[in-house]
Ligand binder design. Structure first.
Ligand SMILES: *[C@@H]1O[C@H](CO)[C@@H](O)[C@H](O)[C@H]1NC(C)=O
Ligand SMILES: *[C@@H]1O[C@H](CO)[C@@H](O)[C@H](O)[C@H]1NC(C)=O
Ligand SMILES: *[C@@H]1O[C@H](CO)[C@@H](O)[C@H](O)[C@H]1NC(C)=O
Length: 364
C-alpha cells in the first residue's frame, strides 16, 4: 500500500516537472478518451492491451437516432479523467498508471447509408483489431481488449462475432431497460428484407441464432420495458435465447451487491464474459440523452457500484452504447457513459486475463 502511494506521488511529481509546455488542462487540447494516446488503430497498428473504440453507427434504431454522435460526446465528457487524476478510490488503483497499455483507437468509419455494408465494416474492423494487435505481454496468444463506445446497441453483434472466433461462446451481462432478444417477427410489418432484421433490439436474438452466446449463462439486468401483447410471450422467447432476467426494481430490494450476487449465480467466473451497458439502463433523470427512454431506472451511483461488485469477472470485451447527444442535457448522459467506461477499464486492469486464448476457458 505504502509503495503504491509512493508511486502515485512520484508520478504526480513527474507531471509537475515534466516540461515547460507539457501541461494539459481538461479544457485544452484534442479530446481523445481520458487524454489517452490517440491512434487510428485500423491504419496505424499500435500495440495495446486495452483500447477505447468508437463505433458511430445509429441507423439500426427503432426510435430516436443520434447515437452516431455518442463517441465524440463521451470522449469530450471524459476530459477530466487522465493519468494524473485517474486514481479510482472505489477500486484502489489508477487504471491509467498500471500494467496495461491503454489507448484510444479512434472510430471505425461506418457508413450511414447501408446497414448491410455497415455490419460488414464493423465485423471486419473489430476482427482486424483484436487479431492483428500485439499486447504488451509479448505473448503471441494474448488478445487485446476493446471497450466500444456506441453507437446504437447493434454494434455488439460484430464484437461478439469476432470474440467468438477466439473464445467460443460468450456469457453476456446485458445492462439495459430492454430485452434486445426480440426476434425480427416482433416488429410486425408487411414489408421485410434481410437488412431489416438487423436492429438494435434484435441483435442478441441474431447472436443466439449464430451460436455466439453461452446459453443459460447470459443475463439482463435493469429491465423495465413494456412487453408485447397480453402475456409473457416476449419472456418465453427470451428464455429460448438463453437469458436470465433481473428487473430494474430489484435494485431497490437487493442493492448493487445483491444484484451482483444474482448475476454471479448465472455467469461463471472461469468463462469469457462480455459486459454491455446500454445507458438507458439509467433513469432518464440521470441519462436523458438516449434513444429509447424508460422511466423508473437506476441511478448512476447504483450502476457504478454494481460494476465494482463485478470486478473479478474475466471481461473479454465491453461496450457503453446508446448515448444520443442531441437528446442530452448538460452532458449528463455523456458524463455517466464516460464514468462507466472508466469503471469498466478499471475492472479490466484489476483482472488481467491469465491466458488470453480459448484454451484458458476450455474447462467450461
Ligand atoms: C506482432 O509481433 C509479431 C512477432 O513479434 C510481428 O511479426 C508482427 O509484425 C507484430 N504485429 C504488429 C501489428 O505489430
Ligand atoms: C482472426 O482470428 C480468428 C481466430 O483465430 C480466425 O478464425 C479469423 O479467421 C481471424 N481473422 C482474420 C481476418 O485474420
Ligand atoms: C438473407 O439471409 C439468408 C440467411 O441468412 C441468406 O441465405 C440469404 O441469401 C439472404 N438474402 C439476401 C438477399 O441477402
Amino acid at each position: 500500500m505504502r509503495f503504491s502511494t509512493f508511486v502515485s506521488v512520484a508520478a504526480l511529481f513527474d507531471f509537475a516537472v515534466a516540461g515547460r509546455w507539457t501541461e494539459e488542462w481538461p479544457f485544452s487540447g484534442l479530446p481523445s478518451f481520458a487524454k489517452l494516446p490517440f491512434y487510428r488503430c485500423l491504419v496505424e497498428n499500435p500495440e495495446f492491451d486495452i483500447a477505447l473504440l468508437g463505433i458511430p453507427f445509429d441507423t439500426a434504431v427503432s426510435f430516436r437516432p443520434g447515437a452516431r454522435f455518442g463517441p465524440q460526446a463521451i470522449r469530450r465528457a471524459s476530459q477530466r479523467q487522465n493519468g494524473l487524476r485517474g486514481f479510482n478510490a472505489r477500486a484502489g488503483i489508477n487504471p491509467y498508471q498500471d500494467w496495461a497499455h491503454i489507448i484510444d483507437c479512434g472510430d471505425i468509419p461506418v457508413t450511414p447509408m447501408d446497414n448491410q455494408l455497415a455490419l460488414q465494416q464493423m465485423d471486419a474492423a473489430y476482427e482486424e483489431l483484436i487479431n492483428g494487435t500485439n499486447t504488451s505481454s509479448g505473448s503471441p496468444h494474448a488478445i487485446p481488449r476493446l471497450v466500444s463506445l456506441g453507437g446504437d446497441h447493434s454494434v455488439i453483434l460484430p464484437a461478439l462475432r469476432a470474440l467468438y472466433k477466439h473464445y467460443g461462446p460468450i456469457s453476456v451481462i446485458h445492462l439495459d431497460s430492454h430485452l434486445d432478444t426480440w426476434s425480427p417477427d416482433s416488429y410486425p410489418s408487411y414489408w421485410h428484407s434481410n437488412t431489416s432484421e438487423f436492429t438494435h433490439g434484435s441483435m442478441l436474438w441474431l447472436a443466439s441464432q449464430e451460436g455466439l452466446l453461452h446459453r443459460g449463462h447470459c443475463v439482463h439486468a435493469g429491465l423495465r420495458t413494456r412487453l408485447s401483447g397480453r402475456d409473457w410471450f416476449d419472456y418465453d422467447e427470451d428464455d429460448r435465447v438463453g437469458f436470465h432476467r433481473i428487473h430494474a426494481d430489484e435494485m431497490m430490494d437487493l442493492g448493487p451487491r445483491g444484484v451482483a450476487e444474482q448475476i454471479r449465480k448465472i455467469v461463471p467466473k472461469n468463462a469469457p464474459v462480455y459486459l454491455s451497458v446500454d445507458i438507458d439502463v439509467l433513469d432518464p433523470s440521470a441519462a436523458p440523452g438516449t434513444g429509447t427512454v424508460e422511466p423508473g431506472g437506476w441511478l448512476t451511483r447504483e450502476l457504478i457500484s454494481l460494476i465494482r461488485h463485478l470486478q473479478d469477472l474475466p471481461l473479454v470485451g465491453a461496450d457503453v452504447v446508446e448515448v444520443s447527444p442531441p437528446f442530452d442535457y448538460a452532458d449528463l448522459t455523456a458524463m455517466a457513459a464516460a464514468q462507466v467506461a472508466y469503471e469498466i477499464i478499471t475492472n479490466m486492469v484489476q483482472t488481467p486475463l491469465e491466458l488470453e486464448t480459448r484454451s484458458f476457458f476450455s474447462n467450461i
